[in-house]
Design a protein around this ligand. Structure first.
Ligand code: SAH
Length: 247
């Protein structure tokens, strides 16, 4: 009787331990899966096109991109292109994520803002490179899913909010860098206002086709540099209302 009791207790204890270990084991499996594909992605798509900043390459190798794409597309997660994430939106091509990240010229102790969380992938990459990431998504269903993915992967320095990113995140401002991953037809003033002097805004600007711009805030205004032509989904919300008002 005594033996059976302690046997049962041992079994209950073992099952408990197994259940407790399942979370971390799943996380470990998720982050290590596709590691070879991630390494090839970095070499063939990113380094070959000229992004060389080792910290950015490290973050791209570390973050499990496949976890951020819908299940049926996971086997294409490391392909050289954008992918659909639902609600008519896309996760950017890996090279564009790496390029935009490197254009922020991060050191490690920054606070950055992203407009357009989407899947949460870009925010996850940024979270490996800075102190805090603030990210805003206008579509609730995408925002909630991204938050869940980021939580599961333990990226606790990402702060997410659902809403229109046009006005930025004034309570957390000023930022060392801001990245916009949906395209407005002009640079939103409130975002420039929320940059520190010396800070950079990386943003696609235009209508159907856009230019990727780096806007640097200086002591007496801004400096603007065109990087490459790009194609992003449009920024929606307040920025569109302004357009209607202009007509
Ligand atoms: N960075 C994302 C991909 C962005 S797709 C990733 O890594 O997956 C662009 C996203 O911007 C979409 O999810 C879209 O809903 C969002 N968006 C569009 N206009 C917005 C706005 N005004 N404020 C915040 N998010 C916006």
């Amino acid at each position: 009787m005594i033996w059976r009791n302690s046997g049962n207790r041992r079994r209950v204890w073992l099952v408990g331990c197994l259940l407790l270990a399942m979370g971390p084991m799943r996380l470990w499996a998720q982050t290590n899966a596709f590691l070879d594909q991630r390494r090839s992605m970095v070499e063939e798509q990113i380094v070959r096109r000229g992004v060389s900043e080792s910290k950015v390459l490290g973050a791209m190798e570390e973050v499990p991109r496949h976890v951020f794409v819908p299940e049926p597309l996971r086997d294409q997660a490391y392909a050289d292109g954008p992918l659909s994430i639902g609600s008519g939106q896309t996760i950017s091509q890996p090279y564009i994520v790496a390029l935009m990240t490197s254009l922020l010229e991060l050191n490690g102790d920054e606070k950055v803002l992203e407009i357009g969380t989407g899947s949460g992938y870009q925010a996850a990459v940024l979270s490996r490179l800075v102190k805090d990431v603030y990210t805003i998504e206008i579509r609730q269903e995408l925002g909630q899913k991204a938050q869940k993915t980021l939580n599961e992967l333990g990226y606790t320095n990402v702060h997410m909010r659902i809403g229109d990113g046009y006005q930025g995140w004034p309570e957390a401002a000023p930022f060392d860098g801001i990245m916009v991953t949906a395209a407005p037809d002009r640079v939103p003033e409130p975002l420039v206002d929320q940059l520190k002097v010396g800070g950079k805004l990386v943003i696609p600007v235009g209508n159907f086709f856009q230019d990727l711009l780096v806007v640097t805030k200086t002591a007496d205004g801004i400096e603007q540099r065109e990087i490459i032509p790009v194609r992003f989904v449009p920024m929606i919300g307040e920025v569109e209302g302004d357009k209607a008002g202009d007509r």
